[in-house]
Design a protein around this ligand. Structure first.
Ligand SMILES: CC(C)(COP(=O)(O)OP(=O)(O)OC[C@H]1O[C@@H](n2cnc3c(N)ncnc32)[C@H](O)[C@@H]1OP(=O)(O)O)[C@@H](O)C(=O)NCCC(=O)NCCS
Length: 178
């Protein structure tokens, strides 16, 4: 299913044809710096593993849990995930996202997060959406705050990075307005 977020940005399922875009966008030290899941350098085989794991998630959960963010060219320019909370926590979900660097600072992720949060509350009957953010990631914090998320907890020295350093983070949350 295609979700039209703005006249130029839409979301659709991740496909095997996205492999090259995933590899070229992920080969970015700055993107890796702000995420827990994108290593730098990025091994191309990880893209194949990841595409396969996304397909498994769809069959296990019976719905899309992660989407490709695409522009008018249909090329993948980022991803956004609404990860199910698991058994007994079906009302909750964790949001996670990244955008390729050439597209930063145009309001794209603010619009995508707004769309996906609404989808989660209205279509998936979620009551709670959370996000974990490194304190150094001011742009991501801003995207969440603009979308009504508040800081629920500091996460001191919680994040272990590949270079052996630990970082502080913050747990952001937004509840459904009933
Ligand atoms: C975080 C990220 C998704 C933001 O995407 P984006 O499309 O550039 O975000 P937007 O343009 O919608 O909004 C960014 C906001 O942060 C602000 N911002 C950007 N850099 C900032 C900085 N260093 N300090 C403070 N605010 C900053 C912008 O001014 C904007 O706020 P505004 O609309 O009030 O002016 C993108 O930078 C990214 O993919 N980063 C790497 C991966 C990542 O961090 N993922 C999230 C992990 S929690």
């Amino acid at each position: 299913m295609i979700h039209q977020v703005t006249p130029t940005i839409h979301l659709s399922p991740i496909a095997p044809a996205d492999r090259d875009d995933i590899i070229s966008h992920s080969q970015d030290r700055e993107l890796s710096r702000y995420t827990r899941v994108v290593p730098y350098p990025y091994p191309p085989a990880l893209a194949d593993e990841w595409i396969a794991s996304v397909a498994d998630d769809v069959s296990r959960n019976g719905r899309e849990t992660i989407w490709a963010i695409r522009d008018e060219t249909e090329r993948m320019i980022g991803t956004i995930e609404l990860a199910p909370g698991g058994r007994g926590r079906e009302h909750a979900s964790e949001i996670g996202y990244w955008l390729a660097k050439p597209y930063w600072g145009r309001g794209i992720m603010s619009a995508v997060v707004q769309y996906v949060v609404r989808l989660g509350f209205r279509e998936f009957a979620l009551e709670r959406i959370t996000a974990h953010v490194f304190v150094l990631n001011s742009a991501s914090a801003r995207v969440l705050e603009k979308n009504g998320f508040i800081v629920e907890a500091p996460l001191l020295r919680r994040e272990y990075r590949r270079d052996g350093q630990t970082f502080d983070g913050r747990l952001y949350a937004r509840l459904r307005d009933d």
